[in-house]
Design a protein around this ligand. Sequence first.
Ligand SMILES: Cc1cc2nc3c(=O)[nH]c(=O)nc-3n(C[C@H](O)[C@H](O)[C@H](O)COP(=O)(O)OP(=O)(O)OC[C@H]3O[C@@H](n4cnc5c(N)ncnc54)[C@H](O)[C@@H]3O)c2cc1C
Length: 390
Amino acid sequence: MKPDYDILVVGGGPVGATLALGLRGYGHSVALLEARHPSAGARDPRTLALSQGSRLILERLGVWPELASNATPITTIHVSQRGRLGRTILRASDEHQEALGYVLSYADLSAALDRALAESPEIAVRYGTRAQALETGNDCAVVSVEQEGAINKLSARLAVIADGGRSLNELSGMKRETKEYAHSALVGHVECELPHGNIAYERFTPLGPVALLPEGERGFALVWTARPEEAERLCGAPETEFLEELHRHFGDRVGKFLEVRARATFPLRLSTLRPVVRPHLAVIGNAAQTLHPVAGQGFNLGLRDAWELAGIARNIPGEAVGGSDMLKQYQSGRCLDTGGGIFFTDFLVRTFSNDIPGLGPVRGAGLAMLEMLAPARHFVARKMSFGAKG
Ligand SMILES: Cc1cc2nc3c(=O)[nH]c(=O)nc-3n(C[C@H](O)[C@H](O)[C@H](O)COP(=O)(O)OP(=O)(O)OC[C@H]3O[C@@H](n4cnc5c(N)ncnc54)[C@H](O)[C@@H]3O)c2cc1C
């Protein structure tokens, strides 16, 4: 029996939507299931750090022009550690790039991708539809879906899980490994005294990294990593007390902090699924790997997962979709990039977020060396922009 679709994408977040949009115009039948209702993405308070490589993907999908005016370019990244010498500065101009990355709200990205999906009649998009279970057989995958209380089954040559790791966690034949960092991220938006000058700050402290990403005219998106009980305390602290603590923790580089909005916390962990493919099934984006936000790698890796999978599917006939050749090609193609992103992020967390005696000066020397060695700086900037294969 012919499956209902060639490709069935579960999850219409940035990663699932990118995959579906990347498949337009190549003759495959594609459906996308999304649990939320169409406008719900517009309320998501997350802020994303987009790499140059992700911008190129969004350009190719045709959604960048409407996003560009709401995206804040990062032209400089300033990396330092608290209480120690040694710092390094990465500049877009040294890389001959307009920007090293962009800061964008999840809500704006989600709205632009939803609009592009609405303008693509060849993709069957079903909002308010939740995948509940998945089985794979010899010829296809079968997904049980719930919509308005009714359960149906949909089959596809290839089911792609892009649910952000939020729902279909038990997938037979795939093992999830999770490492808790025993830290939470406190996120929010802060306004400060001095203009941001399109500089992103990454400051390592013994208690965890603090990142300030330029957002809008003067403000910053804040990601402050701390022990869970400390992050909760800061999240609920009165505004003046919070702003003073942030100033003490971060230092004087942006002047005084004047205002904070939309504080929230979330736990930090490294979660990886292995393998990420089985016949008629692939898992991509945050569902395949959830990383610490320290280097802004997770979201960008997910977008590259989607783009590469779409690229492979575009070049094969419908009957070959979901077959072992296609999935092996995808898995081996993603290995280096994913492994590199996970290693780099985990290395930064382990090396820079602790107070092991003697390590502070070594870290300082490392940052100072990076500052002096232009080729090493270019290497880091390039990998952060385009991934391990860049
Ligand atoms: C609080 C927070 C802050 C973050 N900040 C940053 C940051 O500053 N920079 C950065 O780069 N990354 C950040 N991230 C990570 C970033 O949000 C993810 O990398 C990115 O959203 C992953 O995209 P995704 O499409 O894989 O998953 P998601 O964005 O989680 O999307 C998954 C989609 O699947 C849908 N879904 C779930 N289950 C089902 C189901 N069973 N059936 C149908 N649909 C389903 C959901 O409704 C959702 O729309 C942050 C994450 C969190 C939680």
